[in-house]
Design a protein around this ligand. Sequence first.
Ligand code: ADP
Length: 168
Amino acid sequence: MNKVAVYPGSFDPITKGHIDIINRSIFLFDKLIVGVLNNPKKNTWFTLEERVEMVKKVCKDNNKIEVRGFEGLLVDFMRENEASIIIRGLRAVSDYEYELQLSLTNSSLANNEIETIFLPASRENLYLSSSIVKEVAVHGGKLNEFMDSRLIEYVEKKVKDKEGGKKC
Ligand code: ADP
């Protein structure tokens, strides 16, 4: 039986921390689906299409990885894709409480047929988040330490668009 795992997240935008989790988990499964969540309540910088495009750009060379956008409950997305394993990354202790809550909820919703596997963040990515990347970008800082160089233009363009849209 094929072991299919889903790595869900907002990826707004995808950082080197996310990429590290993807690269370390593909060895454990036959297929890894990166599920890009469209949560209308979350005020994301990038549209779902843009976020999916960015993830696809960095994952395109690995045929074990699929990138898909989804909406609604993660367990429904898992069922549609016949996946039973969720991958999540854990950084500091502050991630733990939320991640545990999420994992227990998903497990209950799926009658315990879904398991979450946590991978610890690598030392160099321990304090890296999409929010930090956006903060650095707004202030014109260098982004290549935090994200794939092919994606920097997307972020810089978004900053420009946002600045252009500001009213006096
Ligand atoms: P969400 O909005 O679901 O938290 P994120 O895109 O912020 O989505 O994160 C998706 C997953 O990746 C989460 O499990 C998060 O803890 C993990 N993650 C985010 N940044 C890092 C990082 N620097 N190192 C390891 N895991 C990370």
